[in-house]
Design a protein around this ligand. Structure first.
Ligand code: AMP
Length: 249
């Protein structure tokens, strides 16, 4: 069974993003970029399914600029078999990415696509759901457990009230949540080996996708800074402040 794993290049999760002076977006120049953390979880899950003998091939896909190739190489170093870079310098909204992925699914005919539940840059949480809708496939989102057997995927989902288990007929879309697994680090020998794995280059045009944005960003603002803390001299003062200043007692 073939699995596609879309991996997005985003600002590294440990970097504090800075808003551009004109408010048009977040500063990306000279900022460390990495694979979206939820996509690392997707790659890990695909590798575990391959190690269990359920999956035969893992294809990592990234839609983005030339540098997104590095993100694919990271997936290859973790254990994916080959990569597809859909090269574009345009801002790709989730709908455009989902349309590109639909084109790749039609060409590659996988039985499973594992995406992250959200990209930590745009926080859209849309691409997987849109892809499922475009393909007419079943979807198991926010997965914390995935089991594949007898042409079906059993997915445990993290929902507000707790955990929900759904059974999906394959082919299907799964989106990953934090508790699904702990992604592995790529070892140095595997990083070297990944350089030789096949990486194909395409463009959104190859899939007939019009990448023109549907949304207009009106402004981007930094969140309000946290106020400094205060030291209290005793418990009585703490209780007094909690009661009268914070209003929590
Ligand atoms: P989003 O809907 O933007 O929050 O993204 C959800 C998931 O869709 C991500 O975790 C990725 O798996 C996938 N995705 C979104 N944008 C891209 C992209 N440009 N390239 C590859 N995968 C993407």
């Amino acid at each position: 069974m073939k699995v596609l794993v879309p991996v997005k290049r985003v600002i590294d999760a440990n970097v504090k993003p800075r808003v551009k002076a004109d408010g048009s977006g977040v500063e990306l120049s000279n900022v460390k970029m990495s694979m979206n953390p939820f996509d690392e979880i997707s790659v890990e899950e695909a590798i575990r399914l391959k190690e269990a003998g359920t999956v035969s091939e893992i294809v990592a896909i990234s839609v983005g600029p030339q540098q997104a190739q590095e993100t694919i190489r990271t997936a290859l170093a973790m254990g994916a078999d080959r990569g597809i870079l859909v090269k574009t310098d345009a801002v790709m909204e989730p709908l455009a990415v989902a349309k590109v992925l639909k084109g790749i699914v039609e060409a590659e005919k996988p039985e499973l696509v594992i995406l992250g539940k959200q990209a930590i840059d745009d926080d859209s949480n849309q691409t997987g759901q849109m892809l499922a809708a475009l393909l007419g496939w079943s979807q198991g989102t926010f997965a914390s457990k995935v089991e594949i057997a007898d042409g079906k995927a059993t997915v445990t989902r993290e929902v507000d009230g707790g955990l929900q288990t759904v059974e999906l007929s394959l082919p299907a879309i799964v989106t990953t949540d934090l508790r699904l697994n702990q992604p592995r680090y790529a070892s140095l020998p595997n990083i070297m080996k990944a350089k030789k794995k096949p990486l194909e280059e395409k463009t959104p045009d190859d899939y007939g996708v019009d990448a023109a944005p549907r949304l207009k960003v009106l402004k981007t603002e930094e969140p309000e800074g946290r106020k400094a803390g205060v030291k209290v001299k005793d418990v009585a003062e703490l209780v007094e402040k909690l009661k009268n200043e914070a209003g929590v007692l």
